[in-house]
Design a protein around this ligand. Sequence first.
Ligand SMILES: Cc1ncc(COP(=O)(O)O)c(C=O)c1O
Length: 318
Amino acid sequence: MASENAFSDGCAWVEGEYVPISEARVPILDTGFVRSDLTYDVAAVWRGRFFRLDDHLDRLWRGCERLRMTPPATREEVRAIMIETVRRSGLQDAYVEVVVTRGVPGAGERDPRRLTPRLYAYAIPYVWLVNPDMQDQGGADIIVARTTRRIPPGAVDPTVKNFHWGDLVRGLYEAYDRGAWLPVLTDGDGLVTEGPGFNVFALVDGALKTPERGVLLGITRKTAMEIAESLDVPVHVGDLPVSDLYRAEEIFLTSTAGGVMPVASLDGVPVGDSKVGSLTSRIRDRYWDLHSDPALSFAVDYGEASDRVGTASVRSTV
Ligand SMILES: Cc1ncc(COP(=O)(O)O)c(C=O)c1O
């Protein structure tokens, strides 16, 4: 039976209106589309609760500052819009994205300083980079990409969450060509960076290592580090040489889209005994438990629509 809720596949906020996800459109001249001139963030709702939304908003605001863009809405307005997209969709497990683009230039305009930033947001069903079955069965088969390196931080700042995915998508195709699920990209000088939508951790000599440079400062990465510390596992944020990855006892990937995701094999060779490693398993369990912790999450009120939110007040600014 068809759902009565037009937003049940997802709800977007575009130009001051909430629309079903299939009807959401981006103006074709928006520099976010034609120049990747934007930043964005993705938060998750799990079992009806937003997780670490304020951390995601902090990162979005830092990104806007670095790009010298002023978001066209206040932080409270953006927060309310994100919540409202979820409320309207009714989704209990959701992937909630917010995008701030430089804007739509007037005719012939080339000066980014003269544009007015635009805001988009949407909630869709939760996305898994590694689906739960694969995670339970040992995790993802990954490769270290050989033909693609990560865009250098001096070209595109990876700490500003961005759509410059050319290298990451190229890496994905290399993974598929080599019979794997996901690639990890290096900096081209033997150090691990990250992959398409995730950070990387390796358990090496009893310590958890994750790259410091050339990566997005993931919120899931932060959560995994906090959990590891609470378990008295040393965490080293610094260089992660590819050679360490090859001798790791356990490897896991972190992302809002999939959580703490075990790795079963690297370049076709099992990692550990190719079952989910015991530390990975403990961090992963704790990660999902934290989604109901009121210190890090809050419940979405799925009650009546709030038409005040994100329409009249914000519309005039975008
Ligand atoms: C390139 C990249 N690295 C890492 C991550 C993980 O970040 P988070 O844990 O905040 O989702 C993402 C998330 O989309 C990403 O796009």
